[in-house]
Design a protein around this ligand. Structure first.
Ligand SMILES: NC(=O)c1ccc[n+]([C@@H]2O[C@H](COP(=O)([O-])OP(=O)(O)OC[C@H]3O[C@@H](n4cnc5c(N)ncnc54)[C@H](O)[C@@H]3O)[C@@H](O)[C@H]2O)c1
Length: 428
């Protein structure tokens, strides 16, 4: 069983890869043969190779640094994989309000490239990982999977477009597409621009937290490992052309969540700074997840109080993580400094990557694979093939355009604390 995971260096994708490598053979059918996982990730500001720490030495894992929008790369990479699980996305609503371009390129066009390649390659199962935000906002009750899509933010619109394209490829080409939709995730390794890692980072640094409006918006919180459980059940037990809601989290207003984070960090209530509400802010999302419970046997297992406490402790224990830029130009700086720091990889990992390559070679993989694997440990653009280089260069340009302040000097710390920032948010 060979599985391609896009966005596997991000928050949820890396948890999913960890699950696959730790939990196999269950729930993958033993009859499907030994597991091999390929991660395809462009390592944008939100993706880190560090998120796969402890896994990169696993000979079953191959890491490919590349853009899902690079059709030539995807068409070469995908054949030979049985399943594709698609997490890669631009995922932050506030960034989509600033500039929706990258969201359309990655979430819509990138998904279309993957779907097209999957049809060509005869990929057996394509899992499209999506969000409850595609339905818009609901005052009470919960959406079933038949609810028409009515997204409000550019992020949600790009995810809705991707879902519809995926389902259209099922209807038109017979591709076995399964779409999963879930609420807000929490857990370790989330980039500190989303509410939990952002607020914990600021509170532990003795700073205030910027809460939108009065904090009245209601969100459901699902542990990232429960989400990954549901995605894998959809992959292994789902039906073609079906949408599955992976709910069962805990509903809280943003103010209630903030109070819990203050308590977990031992911070007083006057650390809350109310800031003007997000444009077009959805009030509430809610999923009816009866289908995934009855058809897939899905049931989340993480209790929110313990899960949140463990999450806060993880961020407390990873000060380096907390110091990443929260939606500011340090994101761009970090991207290059990460690559520098990752180039001299440990000999152990390089040799395991080599073993992984050698094993694939001996199984008849093309020599192109060698270039991808080498690039994942030594990203030097001069060595890349033209299409890969274009993709890389475009990605860097996008990264700069994402940040309207990228050419400006960094603000003094005190101003960052008190002014509303693109990094503040209450939902992905
Ligand atoms: N975080 C949530 O609460 C949440 C909730 C519902 C659904 N989702 C969905 O789950 C998926 C994963 O979300 P996340 O929170 O892990 O996101 P993330 O932003 O943490 O990670 C996204 C990953 O995709 C990679 N990526 C971005 N553009 C790419 C491109 N063009 N080519 C290849 N890789 C690219 C990034 O480098 C990163 O590793 C997304 O599709 C998102 O819409 C997330």
């Amino acid at each position: 069983m060979r599985i391609l995971v896009t966005g596997g260096a991000g928050f949820i994708g890396s948890a999913y890869v960890r699950r696959l490598l730790h939990r196999t053979p269950a729930p993958s059918a033993p009859a499907a043969g030994p597991l091999e996982v390929t991660v395809l990730d462009a390592l944008t500001y939100a993706g880190r190779r560090d998120n796969l720490t402890g896994l990169l030495g696993d000979p079953r894992l191959t890491f490919v640094e590349g853009d899902i929008g690079d059709a030539a790369l995807v068409r070469r990479l995908l054949p030979g994989h049985d399943h594709l699980v698609h997490f890669a996305a631009e995922s932050h609503v506030d960034r989509s309000i600033e500039d929706a371009g990258a969201f359309v390129r990655t979430n819509v066009l990138g998904t279309q490239v993957l779907l097209d390649a999957a049809v060509r390659a005869g990929t057996a199962v394509f899992v499209q990982v999506s969000t409850d935000e595609v339905y818009g906002s609901i005052a009470e009750g919960a959406w079933t999977e038949d609810q028409p899509l009515a997204p409000n933010s550019p992020y949600a619109a790009s995810k809705a477009a991707a879902d519809l394209l995926a389902l259209a490829h099922h209807r038109t080409h017979g591709l076995d597409v399964r779409v999963t939709r879930c609420p807000n995730n929490y857990g370790p390794r989330q980039y500190p621009e989303k509410i939990i890692p952002l607020f914990v980072s600021r509170l532990l640094a003795g700073r205030t937290v910027p809460l939108y409006g009065e904090g009245a918006q209601i969100r459901e919180w699902l542990h990232v490992d429960d989400h990954c459980l549901g995605v894998d059940l959809a992959r292994t037990k789902g039906r073609p052309g079906r949408v599955y809601h992976l709910g069962g989290g805990t509903e809280l207003s943003n103010r209630e969540l903030t109070l819990r984070l203050l308590a977990a960090c031992g911070a007083p209530e006057d650390r809350i700074t109310l800031v003007p509400d997000r444009k077009g802010h959805d009030h509430r999302y809610a999923l009816d997840w009866t289908r995934s419970r009855t058809e897939l046997g899905y049931r989340p297992v993480h209790a929110f109080p313990q899960g949140l406490a463990a999450t806060v402790e993880w961020y407390r224990g990873h000060p380096g993580w907390r110091e990443q830029g929260a939606g500011d130009r340090r994101s761009q700086d970090r991207r290059s400094s990460d690559r520098r720091s990752l180039e001299p990889q440990s000999l152990e990992r390089q040799s395991s990557e080599q073993q992984s390559f050698d094993r694939q070679s001996s199984e008849g993989q093309s020599s192109e694979r060698r270039a991808w694997d080498r690039r994942s440990s030594e990203p030097r653009s001069s060595e890349r093939e033209p299409s890969e280089r274009r993709s890389w260069d475009r990605l860097s340009a996008e990264q700069q355009s994402l940040d309207p302040r990228s050419g400006e000097p960094e603000e003094p710390e005190a101003q960052q604390e008190d002014s509303p920032r693109p990094g503040r948010t209450d939902s992905p």
